[in-house]
Design a protein around this ligand. Structure first.
Ligand code: ATP
Ligand code: MG
Length: 238
């Protein structure tokens, strides 16, 4: 099987000296749905930000064989669609249409193709009819859905989603899960939503303190109460 994401010994320290990741080694294969779970501050978002080179540690991450380095960033960003944890970081246009069209326009698609892609992406996140709305005046859950649409409109090979179901109401959450089940690209999902993990991801990676502390079948990881408890992930038993 083809390694879509290959991370070897990735460490990252933020400019203030805070250590975000420590010696992370991880290979993700084409078509896998991988959950990344871990307590607050574990390094999940930091890891995802390395997949499309927003954060970089030259050469430690490869996407479809390409090292994540300055000179490859354009190609890598076409391959990896990253949805940020905070939708405010993703939405910057005057209206929803422009936000969702930004990527396809940037990729040089024709106007008709851009319209078709925006329409399809908005339909996927059940936000048809929101074209003219101001992204900044939407509810948090609506913003989250538009942020996801901005990436789906690009049809990336790899979807990296940071807390995709946070702030979604149950109907929107399950609609998103159904959609993600139907999309065949490789998916890496950082989340605290263990329901999402259980139904979508065959494989789960547990991060804590910037390190990978477990990596295996979701069914086995979620059954391992000792492991979950040790990393602040187990539900209370009382
Ligand atoms: N810009 C930054 N500057 C300094 N330290 C940071 C910065 N962003 C994150 N960190 C630190 O890096 C560590 C990892 O943070 P990260 O956001 O990756 O955690 P996370 O697992 O995504 O947490 P959460 O579940 O809260 O989203 C944390 O200790 C955090 O305080
Ligand atoms: Mg995070």
């Amino acid at each position: 099987m083809e390694k879509t994401v290959e991370i070897v010994d990735l460490s990252f320290t933020y400019p203030d000296g805070h250590r975000g990741l420590e010696y992370v080694t991880l290979a993700i294969y084409s078509g896998e749905n991988v959950a990344v779970i871990g307590p607050n501050g574990a390094g999940k978002s930091t890891l995802l930000l390395h997949l499309n080179g927003i954060l970089r540690n030259n050469g430690a991450v490869r996407i479809c064989g390409l090292p994540v380095q300055e000179k490859n960033l354009r190609e890598i960003r076409q391959k990896v669609g990253l949805v940020f944890q905070d939708p405010e970081d993703q939405l910057f246009s005057l209206n929803v249409f422009d936000d969702v069209a930004f990527g396809p326009i940037n990729m040089g698609y024709t106007e008709a193709e851009v319209r078709q892609r925006v329409g399809r992406a908005l339909e996927w996140v059940s936000m048809t009819g929101y074209n003219e709305r101001s992204s900044h005046h939407l509810s948090l859950g609506e913003k989250k859905r538009i942020a996801i649409a901005t990436v789906l409109s690009l049809d990336p090979d790899i979807l990296a989603l940071d807390e995709p179901t946070s702030n979604l109401d149950p109907r929107s959450k399950w609609a998103l899960i159904e959609l993600l089940k139907q999309l065949s690209m490789t998916k890496i999902i950082a989340t605290h939503d263990l329901e999402l993990v259980r139904v979508l991801c065959q494989r789960t990676v547990v991060l804590d303190g910037g390190r990978v502390v477990a990596d295996g079948k979701t069914t086995e990881i979620l059954r391992d109460i000792g492991l979950l408890r040790a990393h602040g992930l187990a539900p209370r038993s009382d």
